[in-house]
Write a protein that binds this ligand. Structure first.
Ligand SMILES: *[C@@H]1O[C@H](CO)[C@@H](O)[C@H](O)[C@H]1NC(C)=O
Ligand SMILES: *[C@@H]1O[C@H](CO)[C@@H](O)[C@H](O)[C@H]1NC(C)=O
Length: 272
């Protein structure tokens, strides 16, 4: 572990951290010495996942604050965004937000139950609640607006209006079977992009569009982020699948560690 003063002063807020891509990203982020906060309905589930990935309990205790709650709970979201300092005189905001909520509708597919999604608008709702929480924090503590966080959300390929980014053999599956979850992701994408460029709620926004996700969060199981093919909306990287662990590692290397500025406003396609 490398801890430097520059990384320990900052923290990264995670939503959906028990999901595969986001959990892998959190593991890499903590291993790189960053501090983080995370929202979890069942904190012990998240802790167990991190221990299973080889993090020590003391590293988790030192670098991570888990807030119990769900994405409908504005106060819990504010606590994640401020490392529990929302109600103090000088709340401290996260420098970046990583959200993988509703990130993997494909995972819920099976032959007997082709599409089961508990909440078909989960991505849009989560994003709106994050926006509202930030607006309330800025309103009650105007000085916090000088350090607005950026946001990175995990979306999907198959939602572009600009270029087809799904390989031919997958198009029916993507555009017919996954039509509804994709509508939700599209709304989420527009909310974060516009709330960065138009309203300035976010310092910047990055949309990640991985191809069909495979594997799990285990950071030892991917091919490594250097093998990932990267594109942008009008020049997408078209491919069949990508490992969740590689998506998470790519986000840590290219967004968390760098600040992500060079990708602000982009819809980044990732495939292997
Ligand atoms: C987050 O809050 C905890 C105490 O609740 C503190 O130990 C930790 O240093 C804080 N992290 C950051 C980055 O401020
Ligand atoms: C910003 O996000 C809010 C959701 O809380 C949404 O209602 C609003 O339309 C967004 N603003 C823009 C300019 O898209």
């Amino acid at each position: 572990m490398t801890t430097s003063t520059s990384t320990s002063a900052l923290f990264i807020a995670f939503f959906g951290a028990t999901g595969g891509c986001t959990n892998a990203c959190l593991v890499h982020t903590l291993n790189a010495g960053f501090h983080a906060t995370a929202l979890a309905r069942t904190p012990s589930k998240l802790t167990d996942m991190l221990l299973a990935q080889g993090l020590s309990q003391s590293l988790i205790d030192t670098q991570l604050t888990i807030v119990k709650g769900d994405i409908a709970d504005i106060q819990a979201i504010k606590n994640v965004l401020t490392n529990n300092s929302a109600t103090t005189e000088t709340p401290k905001l996260a420098s970046q937000i990583i959200s993988g909520i509703g990130g993997t509708p494909q995972m819920r597919m099976s032959l007997s139950k082709p599409m089961t999604i508990d909440n078909p608008e989960i991505c849009a709702t989560a994003t709106k609640n994050i926006v509202q929480s930030l607006q309330e924090i800025y309103a009650s503590h105007p000085s916090t607006a000088q350090n607005r966080p950026s946001i990175t959300v995990i979306s999907t390929t198959g939602v572009s209006d600009v270029r087809e980014d799904v390989p031919f053999g997958f198009r029916t599956f993507y555009h017919v079977v996954l039509a509804d979850p994709h509508k939700d992701k599209k709304v989420m994408e527009n909310l974060v992009i516009e709330n960065a460029s138009l309203t300035g709620v976010f310092r910047g926004a990055v949309v990640i569009r991985p191809s069909l996700l495979k594997g799990d969060q285990n950071v030892k199981s991917g091919k490594g982020w250097q093998k990932v093919k990267v594109g942008v909306e009008d020049k997408p990287a078209v491919g069949y699948t990508i490992h969740r662990a590689d998506v998470g590692q790519w986000i840590c290397e290219q967004i968390v560690k760098t600040g992500g500025e060079s990708h602000f406003g982009q819809k980044v396609t990732l495939t292997c």
